[in-house]
Design a protein around this ligand. Structure first.
Ligand code: ZN
Ligand code: ZN
Length: 127
């Protein structure tokens, strides 16, 4: 696997956020520090990190997040706060398994099994 300087830089950016980050924000941050970059380059680098299992994509808020446990292959489940858009990763292999099994029973071939749960985080529940 080729880990270019750029990809490493991206991984650092996504990780430094400790929460979801949008491709747009990554572009802006790269702009500030590393000079302007074509959006295609950004998306390609993100795709690479996704495939390598180092980050997750959260479709419901159109953002990316560093994986809490990149060593093991998993889809991940995420608790996403609808108010502050923070996210917490749950990594329950049982949910992955159940989803895979039920999909197979229905003859469905899942390409992505990431579960995104919307709600309120502890901080926003109090407020
Ligand atoms: Zn993960
Ligand atoms: Zn919140």
């Amino acid at each position: 696997m080729r880990f270019t300087k750029l990809r490493r830089r991206f991984l650092e950016l996504v990780w430094s956020r400790h929460g979801p980050i949008r491709a747009y924000d990554i572009l802006r941050l790269m702009d500030e520090k590393d000079g302007s970059m074509a959006p295609n380059t950004v998306y390609r680098a993100l795709d690479f990190l996704l495939e390598a299992g180092l980050i997750h994509r959260l479709d419901s808020i159109n953002a990316y997040m560093g994986c809490a446990d990149p060593e093991t292959e998993h889809s991940g489940q995420f608790l996403i706060c609808r108010k502050c858009e923070s996210a917490a990763e749950i990594h329950d292999p049982g949910i992955d398994l159940t989803l895979g099994r039920d999909a197979e029973r229905l003859g469905f071939e899942p390409e992505r099994k990431t579960v995104e749960v919307r709600g309120l985080c502890p901080a926003c529940t109090v407020a």
